[in-house]
Write a protein that binds this ligand. Structure first.
Ligand code: SAM
Length: 216
């Protein structure tokens, strides 16, 4: 597979973060170069989890949530960290199956010059960002850390612009956790059980959807 030397620099940079709901998922071992789509749970560092998170963050029945974005923060070898942003208002040719999402992630990982956000597919942007830089970029969101044992989501008041940070199968490393806590509006629990990352996204959407529909 050929590397894409440079993608299209994201136009209207100030508009890149123009959504109201954001999920930031930390992929502790998710690889940062093009990977084998047939081995996403293995040699790609649990990229299958990242794919499921993208699908659950963006898709509803026969449509896409236009006010939502998801950012995958990939920390695996060989070239970490890389952030891949999927924007619901701009994605095209994206389907909810893992293989389709995996192909789009793989294409983003083939872009080489990523100091600024670069468009790798419609609605998909890649940049060299660590967690600190990413959290600074979304500082005008209310940032919540999703974690077992936090405050019950039903007791939390949410503003219009909300970002949730969560981990993969390995959770969130201590350094990352300290960084998140220093910037977050709170630690939020979704269930008395420890859930999979994509399940957390479904429940967070459900709770916010109810809130914004005036059902609670
Ligand atoms: C599969 S869990 C991680 C489990 C990992 N073994 C650990 O100990 O952290 C993936 C992520 O989902 C989020 N999560 C899981 N259960 C949760 C819950 N009940 N409430 C809020 N967030 C949860 C956390 O961000 C967690 O890092």
């Amino acid at each position: 597979m050929f590397a894409v030397r440079s993608g299209e620099i994201a136009k209207n940079m100030s508009n890149l973060f123009n959504f109201n709901r954001l999920f930031i998922v930390i992929g502790n071992k998710a690889v940062t170069s093009p990977f084998n789509l047939n081995d996403m749970p293995g040699s790609a560092g649990r990229m299958d989890i990242m794919c499921r998170c993208v699908a659950q963050a963006l898709f509803v029945s026969h449509g896409v949530r236009k006010d939502t974005a998801i950012c995958l923060l990939l920390k695996g070898e060989p070239n970490p960290p890389k952030a891949i942003l999927f924007k619901g208002d701009r994605v095209r040719y994206l389907a909810p199956d893992e293989r389709n999402v995996g192909g789009i992630i793989r294409k983003a990982l083939s872009v080489e010059r990523i100091d600024d956000w670069v468009k790798s597919s419609p609605g998909v942007y890649v940049a060299r960002r660590d967690l600190k830089a990413l959290l600074e970029e979304v500082e005008d969101f209310d940032i919540f850390y999703l974690k077992e044992g936090g405050e019950d989501i039903r007791n939390i008041k949410f503003g219009n612009r909300v970002a949730f940070v969560l981990g993969d199968h390995l959770g969130v490393e201590k350094d990352d956790e300290e960084l998140i806590l220093s910037r977050s509006a709170g630690v939020v629990s979704l269930s008395p059980l420890s859930l999979q990352a994509d399940q957390c996204i479904v429940i967070a959407h459900y709770e916010l959807d109810r809130r914004f529909a005036g059902l609670d």
